[in-house]
Design a protein around this ligand. Structure first.
Ligand SMILES: *Cc1c(COP(=O)(O)O)cnc(C)c1O
Length: 399
């Protein structure tokens, strides 16, 4: 055995023993919610393609036009020669949509969160974060070397207590939270966070990966959900991150903020400065996606009709629903083996819902993370509920 095999080998054995071993599923065809995995058709209930834009031919057409004009790759980092007119237009259109001064594109949400946190915080600063924040915010916080306070989930008082205890004598204080928690679908109390941050002179950074395009009448995301679009400008978080790979159906991410924040990130966000700019074709596709988010609000209505149908049907069958009102609908099952068994049962019935286990979620809270999209039919949703109900019954029988 080579040294590296020795390093990782024992860990792999331990993961298998704990029921935490993971494997990819190979998508071999299909589009939208109808996916072919290893040659078999499934209805996908675990993507983040909430508005069904990832397979929209209008996005593909725009991407193709940009591919023929500019080629596949941007060729360089954005400060070198990779910054393309498609990137610039997308940034302007996003800023206009959000009514904020400026936007900067990143190649992923991971890159955005790491780059921003590392750039704006230093040793001795204070970062107060929800304990269920996305892994990229946790790693970004560590990378920043700021003092990291992890506080109880969705608990504004816990934020206030952490700020009261520690905010006094440090230089910069940042409150950071997901807006929609990716594995639970619940919402951070944005008004509460902005209020306590204001009380302690802290800045707020919000990761709206699952809210952007989905929440609010206009789809501008969590700030609109909480404040209505007219007043969002006065309540907009100082640092707002969202991704283009979820509701927008493409790939990449952006940060929205002030003129000087964006200028500073252009100088200092290392994941942006030292990374190849995304393909112009992705920006071209995202521009079309943004336009659809703007002009086809019926997609959001359909999406939330689906959410309602799922919740009502699941409640009628006595399924263990959470309180989530978003398209993310977790079914908490506890032990990893239960989540895996139910996921397998659903696969046999033609439904794809992957089991979520630690470290993605805390131990003992393994789950199926069901996501609804605008493209699911009522029959597919009703079929999933029946399969879940049968699957849970067979789990009980086996236990
Ligand atoms: C998906 C996600 C990210 C990462 O974005 P990518 O573009 O996929 O790297 C960051 N934050 C949250 C809350 C997410 O759900």
């Amino acid at each position: 055995m080579s040294p590296v095999d020795h390093w990782v080998g024992t860990e792999l054995i331990a993961l298998r023993a704990a029921g935490l071993y993971r494997a990819r599923r190979l998508v071999t065809g299909g589009r939208g919610v109808n996916q072919m995995v290893d040659g078999v058709h499934y209805v996908n209930f675990c993507s983040n393609d909430y508005l069904d834009l990832a397979s929209d031919p209008r996005l593909a057409t725009a991407a193709y036009r940009a591919l023929t004009l500019f080629g596949t790759g941007s060729g360089a980092a954005p400060l070198v020669s990779g910054y393309n007119v498609e990137h610039a237009r997308l940034e302007e259109e996003l800023a206009d949509f959000l009514r904020c001064p400026r936007v900067l594109l990143f190649s992923s949400g991971w890159a955005a969160n790491l780059g921003i946190l590392r750039a704006v915080l230093r040793r001795g600063d204070l970062l107060v974060a929800d304990e269920l924040n996305h892994a990229s915010l946790i790693d970004g916080g560590r990378l920043s070397r700021a003092d990291y306070r992890r506080v109880a989930h969705c608990n504004v008082k816990a934020f206030a207590d952490a700020l009261a205890a520690d905010a006094g004598d440090v230089r910069r204080v940042l409150v950071v939270s997901d807006s929609v928690f990716s594995m639970d679908g619940d919402l951070a109390d944005l008004p509460g966070l902005l209020r306590v941050a204001n009380d302690f002179g802290a800045t707020v950074m919000i990761d709206d990966a699952h809210g952007f395009g989905v929440l609010g009448e206009h789809g501008t995301g969590a700030p609109e959900y909480w404040f209505s679009q007219e007043s969002t400008t006065s309540f907009f978080p100082e640092i707002y991150v969202a991704t283009l790979g979820k509701a927008l159906g493409v790939s990449g991410a952006f940060v929205a903020g002030s003129e000087s924040l964006i200028e500073y990130l252009i100088q200092r966000a290392r994941t942006w400065v030292f990374s190849t700019a995304p393909p112009p074709a992705l920006a071209a596709a995202a521009r079309v996606a943004l336009n659809i988010v703007r002009t086809e609000p019926e997609r959001r209505r359909l999406l939330f009709d689906r959410v309602r149908r799922f919740r009502e049907g699941a409640a009628a069958m006595g399924l263990p629903l959470s309180a989530s009102v978003t398209p993310i609908q977790p079914l908490i099952l506890g032990a990893p083996q239960r989540a895996v068994a139910l996921s397998r049962f659903l696969l046999d019935r033609g439904y794809m819902v992957v089991a979520i286990r630690p470290p993605t979620v805390p131990p003992g809270t393994c789950r199926l993370r069901i996501t609804l999209t605008a493209a699911h039919t009522n029959a597919q949703i009703d079929g999933l509920i029946m399969a879940l109900s049968d699957g849970l019954r067979s789990l009980r029988g086996a236990a």
